[in-house]
Design a protein around this ligand. Structure first.
Ligand code: ADP
Length: 235
């Protein structure tokens, strides 16, 4: 069992390194495609049909660039070598709340941190988890009359569970498993910006923390995302 586990971990690490290298190496050729398309559009008087085609090349290259950036973030997620320690969740959540309120100040969003429990983890990764989950809660409820996000912590003895609840568009139960996969989005979210990487990063980090993430949601009735972390051990 131990040998198999080690082999599996090696295979995962190798896959991470592989996707990192590939996506990193794709950056330069892609930049050339982008730059030459921009030069063609800017400095040559192309006939309308050719102009349209070059614009399509540019849009495709830009989309690919952002996907490569996301693959890089995904393969880097969970690589932090910093120590695991007690994370002060009051500070972390308030910091995130302020950031999100500033970046969505156009909308009257309410973010309620109703209860807080410290957890045991690696701070940068924990920050990434909550930034993705609370960021999504705000993003996918922006069309509600009054977007409200509620954050609650529940003490389960050895573990701490966080629930992040929104009153947004919700997710059809038949699509709830696939949203945790890389580059996968629900079928009705074209109006919202995104590439479908955030939740795969959350899943990867939760697995590094020997924790878990899941969702409870109905279409048009909001969503609640749950994460469970180990509780700090009292000496
Ligand atoms: P992104 O938001 O960039 O598409 P994510 O990996 O964070 O990528 O989320 C994957 C998909 O899960 C989203 O495209 C959306 O369909 C669904 N989703 C995630 N969070 C929410 C939420 N709070 N409310 C409704 N749908 C959500």
């Amino acid at each position: 069992m131990r040998i198999l586990n080690e082999k599996l971990k090696e295979a995962y690490d190798e896959l991470d390194a592989f996707s990192y290298t590939i996506s990193h190496d794709l950056k330069n050729p892609l930049s050339s495609i982008k730059s030459y398309s921009q030069i063609l559009l800017r400095s040559f008087s192309l006939e309308p049909k050719a102009q349209h085609m070059v614009s399509r090349i540019l849009t495709g290259a830009e989309k690919m660039q952002s996907m490569i950036q996301d693959v890089l973030s995904y393969s880097k997620a969970g690589q932090s070598q910093s120590e695991y320690k007690v994370v002060n969740m009051e500070n972390l959540l308030n910091e995130l709340k302020q950031e999100l309120l500033v970046s969505h100040e156009d909308k009257d969003v309410e973010i309620n941190i109703n209860s807080v429990e410290d957890i045991y983890g690696e701070e940068t990764m924990v920050m990434q988890v909550f930034s993705n989950l609370i960021g999504n809660a705000v993003k996918y409820s922006k069309q509600a009359n009054k977007p409200v996000v509620n954050i609650n912590a529940i003490d389960h003895g050895n573990e701490i569970e966080y629930a992040i609840q929104d009153n947004g568009i919700g997710i059809d139960p038949s699509e709830q498993d696939k949203i945790f996969e890389l580059f996968t989005r629900a079928s009705d979210v074209d109006a919202f910006e995104g590439t479908g990487v955030g939740l795969s990063i959350v899943k990867k980090i939760m697995s590094k923390h020997q924790g878990k993430v899941w969702v409870d949601s109905q279409l048009n009735q909001g969503s609640t995302f749950f994460v469970r972390f180990k509780k700090p051990q009292v000496a």
